[in-house]
Design a protein. Structure first.
Length: 100
């Protein structure tokens, strides 16, 4: 499979980038809590739990649920549901996501 690498996809796959938990770890941000208030902003939180991405996640969940149970692993999202996962990831604006 050939991946179309984007900044957002690289951020989600590596956990490095404009994610509060990553920025906090290097003392760039004073907190790691997601602005949605539902937990630390990690890649798993962004994919599976962030309240600010509910609408976009519901579309991804619907596509995945056609062939397997939700939640599924990041590996399955990448290997089996790349098109839908890529749409979800690339719809994220980290600047808007992190706006208070």
């Amino acid at each position: 499979m050939k991946l179309k690498l984007t900044g957002n996809l690289t951020t989600i796959l590596t956990g490095h980038g404009n994610i509060k938990a990553y920025l906090y770890r290097f003392n760039i941000s004073g907190e790691q809590t997601c602005p949605c208030g539902e937990g630390d902003q990690t890649t798993d939180h962004i994919i599976y739990d962030c309240a600010r991405l509910k609408e976009e996640r519901d579309k991804l969940r619907a596509a995945v649920s056609k062939t397997e149970d939700w939640p599924t692993s990041k590996r399955n999202l990448l290997q089996r549901h790349y098109k839908e996962f890529s749409k979800f990831i690339n719809s994220i604006s980290f600047e808007e996501l992190n706006a208070e």
